[in-house]
Design a protein around this ligand. Structure first.
Ligand SMILES: Nc1ncnc2c1ncn2[C@@H]1O[C@H](COP(=O)(O)OP(=O)(O)OP(=O)(O)O)[C@@H](O)[C@H]1O
Ligand SMILES: [Zn+2]
Length: 571
């Protein structure tokens, strides 16, 4: 059996994610996971929250909560929203888990033993009042460039100039407001990525058919300017994974934690470990991750937005390869461009766009899933507008798919009752339909196998349309008047198409697919090998019920109201 490991970029903990985040990582990963399961693969689908670092500390402080409590609460919020969108993770972990602590410390120890870690001294701002070093974002002051009073230590939000904390006029601590700051020396660990440059370059060259977006970003970081740079992997923070060498202390690094970028991707592995621990004794996480323990035949696919590509093509592989241990590395890295919102960017910090909780309060998950996936920003950035959302959802889901299901089941109920009618035989038009669907099914599978999401959605839509056209030509409501047997054969085909559509559409619109299968009372939801056989699954006499309306149309009033409501910032 094929074994597929799928990871989605792990969402940062400091707030509810927007539709851009969703379509940039978790949603396409879920589509692929559902498809692979439907094709009979053994799947491990992993996601988690990314919990460490300064922004989490700041968000917790703003919420007036201890950071550990804040993260636990936000994990639950994100978990519930993931359920709401039907994201079918096998495990949704937390980067703050004990498993990730242990693994991150383990990797640091191995990298150190391999000579890939350097200790370097640098200067950083220390706050006497707070008794701690302050990361750049914890320092504010007046911008030397434009005079803006609340410029941050890393950048002025007013004139966008990149700054160093020492550039600020009258710098103060964000925590206490204290101006009693001084520059002190501090020691940090660096991962010597530059030593791994050629190995990483060769590793990337050995990959087959990766998206151009993925390889071009990786190559740029490898070769532009002075080439791949070493990277700091530790911070002077309280919240994070304490710096240790495996399970031994790291002399001189007391009180420091690993930098969030270092421990976040390791959480993919740790989350699988969390999964195994939650399953009980028989579950084995190593057969997914260690090529000496069963992972050599695993196909590992990652999903992420473009800004995460450098970490996943360079830094995380540097950790895995540099450890000298046989860890599984990614086989296919699916990167996505950005989804923009109505003429600008989605932004968590500015509350711009539609967020996951808000979306679900407007419409069920399938509407969003279909629109987002069928417009996935694959070859370029794309834009969400309420007009296209309304038009496409109404056309594809309500007019084509929903209408088909409703017409066929209601017509059958009124003329033949709620069972698949007997009588009549299929003729030339059915043969032609089966042939068309056979060709389209192959294309659909090809695009899904290749994770070409928009093309797969277009093919699925074409499969729905083919059924509609068949029904339109067959016109059983007219045939019935002169040749009821022929109409019975046509309706038998159409009812079987509903089951067939449900199976094929499930990765995109799982709730509607379940409603269709339930309506058809179909036990057989196996992926079709052969179209003709699949369209004979529901035999004469098989009982069904007419499903509720699958998709209501979005009205102009709704569209206008929503566009207006989401025009500003989130309160
Ligand atoms: N507008 C967008 N369109 C598509 N993907 C996005 C977009 N913004 C972020 N992503 C992706 O979403 C995933 C989760 O991102 P994360 O939680 O780290 O938020 P982020 O990148 O800080 O986004 P933001 O700055 O909007 O909060 C990442 O893979 C990231 O690349
Ligand atoms: Zn400025």
């Amino acid at each position: 059996m094929a074994r597929t490991l799928i990871t989605s970029a792990i969402p940062y903990i400091n707030g509810i994610k927007h539709l851009g985040n969703l379509v940039g990582s978790q949603l396409p990963a879920d589509l692929y996971a559902r498809y692979c399961r439907a094709r009979g693969h053994e799947v491990m689908f992993i996601c988690a929250t990314d919990e460490h670092g300064t922004p989490a500390e700041l968000a917790a402080a703003k919420a007036g909560k201890p950071v550990a409590d804040y993260c636990a609460e936000m994990w639950q919020v994100q978990r519930d929203l993931a359920d709401g969108f039907r994201l079918s993770f096998d495990h949704f972990g937390r980067s703050s888990s004990p498993q990730n602590h242990a693994l991150t410390q383990h990797f640091a120890g191995k990298l150190d033993a391999a000579g890939l870690i350097d200790e370097r001294t640098s200067k950083q701002v220390y706050s006497n009042a707070d008794g701690r070093f302050l990361p750049d974002r914890y320092i504010e002051g007046t911008c030397p460039n434009c005079g803006f009073a609340d410029a941050r230590g890393d950048q002025c939000d007013n004139c966008t100039k990149q700054l160093d904390p020492t550039d600020l006029i009258e710098p103060r601590s964000v925590i206490s407001g204290s101006t009693d700051l001084e520059v002190r020396e501090t020691k940090h660990l660096f991962l010597r990525q530059s030593l791994l440059k050629d190995r990483l370059d060769a590793w990337i060259d050995s990959q087959d058919g990766w998206p151009v977006l993925t390889t071009s970003i990786a190559k740029k970081w490898l070769h532009d300017g002075d080439g791949l740079q070493d990277r700091g992997i530790t911070r002077d923070l309280d919240w994070g994974i304490p710096v240790r060498k495996g399970d031994a202390p790291w002399p001189g690094m007391e009180g420091k934690v690993f930098y969030v970028w270092f421990d976040a991707p390791i959480e993919y592995i740790a989350a699988t470990h969390e999964w195994a621990d939650a399953q009980g004794a028989d579950a084995d996480w190593q057969r997914w991750w260690r090529t000496d323990k069963g992972a050599e035949n695993v196909n590992y696919v990652q999903f992420m937005g473009k800004d995460n590509v450098p970490f996943h093509t360079l830094s995380f592989p540097a950790t895995l390869l540099g450890s000298g241990e046989p860890w599984k590395t990614v086989d296919y890295l699916k990167s996505l461009n950005y989804l923009n919102y109505d003429g600008g960017q989605f932004s968590t910090s500015r509350g711009r766009g539609v967020f996951m909780d808000q979306a679900l309060s407007l419409l069920p998950a399938d509407y969003w899933r279909w629109w987002l996936l069928s417009h996935a920003p694959e070859s370029s950035d794309t834009e969400f507008t309420w007009e296209t959302f309304q038009t496409d959802v109404n056309k594809d889901l309500a007019d084509v798919l929903g209408n088909f299901v409703s017409r066929v089941t209601k017509f059958c109920r009124s003329k033949f009752g709620e069972e698949v009618p007997a009588g009549g035989t299929w003729g030339a038009s059915e043969t032609a339909l089966i042939e068309t669907l056979g060709t389209r099914l192959k294309a659909y599978q090809g695009f899904m196998d290749g994770i070409e999401i928009r093309k797969a959605a277009a093919e699925l839509r074409a499969i729905w349309v083919a059924g509609n056209e068949y029904l339109q030509d067959a016109a059983p409501w007219a045939t019935f008047k002169t040749d009821p047997e022929r109409a019975a054969a046509q309706i038998r085909m159409a009812l079987n198409l509903i089951r067939f559509y449900a199976v094929l559409s499930r990765p995109f619109i799982p709730d509607a697919a379940t409603a269709m299968l339930d309506g058809m009372q179909a036990d057989d939801d196996a992926w079709p090998d052969d179209v003709k056989t699949a369209l004979e699954a529901l035999q004469p006499g098989h009982v069904f019920t007419v499903p509720e309306v699958l998709f209501a149309k979005i009205t102009d009033e709704q569209r206008l109201e929503w566009a207006e409501r989401f025009a500003g910032q989130r309160a």
